[in-house]
Write a protein that binds this ligand. Sequence first.
Ligand SMILES: Nc1ncnc2c1ncn2[C@@H]1O[C@H](COP(=O)(O)OP(=O)(O)OP(=O)(O)O)[C@@H](O)[C@H]1O
Length: 580
Amino acid sequence: MATETVTASATPTSRTTAGTSRRFAWTPGLVIGLTLMAAVVAIGLLAPVLLDGRATAMGESAAQPSAAHWLGTDAAGHDVLARSLVATRLTLLMTVGATAVSVVGGLVIGTAVWLAPRRLRTLGLRAIDALVAFPTLLLALVVAAILEPGTGSAIAAIGLAGIPYFARLTANLAGQISHRDFVTTARLMGVPGHRVAARHVLPNMAEPLLVLTASAFAQALTALSALSFVGLGVQSPDYDFGKLLNEALPSVLAGRPWQMVGPTLLIVLTGVAATLIGDGLAAAADPRTGTRTRAAALVGSGVTDQAAGTPAGASLVDVDDLVITNAAGHTLVDHVSLRIAPGEIVGLVGESGSGKSLTAMTLARLLPDGLTARAGRIRLGDLDLLGRVAPRDLALAMGLVYQDPGTTFNPALRLGTQLTEVLRTHARADRGEARTRILDALRAVRMTEPELRLRQHPHELSGGMRQRAMIASAISTTPKLLIADEPTTALDVTVQAEILRELKRINREFGTAILFISHDLAVVRALCDRVLVMNDGRIVEETAAADLTTESAQHPYTRRLLAATPTVAAAAAAAEESHR
Ligand SMILES: Nc1ncnc2c1ncn2[C@@H]1O[C@H](COP(=O)(O)OP(=O)(O)OP(=O)(O)O)[C@@H](O)[C@H]1O
């Protein structure tokens, strides 16, 4: 009995991190926000040095604003403006500290929850949701009341109270990113969970996290000020904005509101700066969305002869009586058996939802979460896929080619880094050797300017180029089996034809067997040796590709499928008809 599980989730919009060469969108809001923040930081740096004497000197108590004291003096006779400016440094440091606690704590907990086994993950997410539902300031007040009031405890209280937000965002983003093809491939290659998180998942959430960090900074500022204002934050003789507001309260009640003006203005100024920066970063993140819809996808790992050594005359792939059911017990793949000989190209066709992808994904041991697979036998070369298989052996025994154009490559990494990953991780090639081999493979698939491509990020390549790049990755380790799940669906017909020619050539030159999943029966007939027709989870017909015609097909479903596929002549006739 084989049961493979992988977390399922929607695929998010591709985003890049600051590491890509995408042009950054400097909006006026962002420029203003950064300028204001620079001014606040300059005040924080300089005021304690230049104005400390003035802020601590005692003069006339509760004096009105004057040329000597622009905002008057407080009850102790200190210059209110000087104290407000000097308070900027401590306020900023505390805000940065609390924000850092929230971000780092949230990242660690969110990632740990994502990496946890399914039950623990669900429990963790529930706990995080419950904490998020609790108002931050209330949570902070509880923490601050438990701890001794002071600067450190205020930072801890606000920082801890902000953790659930970042933890939830991290876990959600990780859940989404984990189902992009480059993460699936890394997992197939046996890259350990923590490395997948550090290398593939976290860099791709940098952008939304950065945006949230900016707004968390603004929230931490007001929350810290509120804590000090109610006496649970900074204690005398230290003072931050909140403490100054706390000290100003009696004078406001005594009809001298100007003592509030300095800290209030500085809180507003700092908060507005952080919010503008957050909004600006969010806007800067947008431009690429929708600009690169033309793309396609192939992801490959590879095979070595040793890993998938196939006894002469035996099948390379041997699946016997595969049944896949969902959580409700509904059968999605129904007693499927299939064989693929070494070097053979087998087509898997059938309407949408007939079970083609699930069958193929079972071979790669990448069945989605919640589904259960059992079979009498699943073998790939000398690997028994129902038993324990070293990730490296599976990684080297199989190449995967996906359809989804937006998620094939990690947008944060240069192509060179990702294309050489399988060679470096599993074929144990050093950097130079991996580079040479991938360049050879890129030339083999006729990629233009291969050296340049290795330095580029995925979004700088066209869909056809990305497809070639991934075929190159797949063949760089001389695969015995390539699973190609609708690899050309997202490409225009010219590029489609070129890619199909490359697949055929690779099959001829390297003896790579291919399981080719497609809706395009004409392509399947031209490319494949043999075709399996799936309907409602079952293989209803198996035929030589040349016999995939209305005349030769045996099963009524195959004939219906063929009848539903317009030939070029029929399509032209239909078009002509519609013009009449
Ligand atoms: N993660 C999942 N959870 C539950 N059901 C699923 C899941 N993935 C697929 N299914 C169901 O399993 C059936 C077969 O899906 P599969 O993706 O294998 O079809 P397919 O033939 O590859 O379709 P397409 O050509 O549209 O890709 C469908 O009914 C689908 O709804």
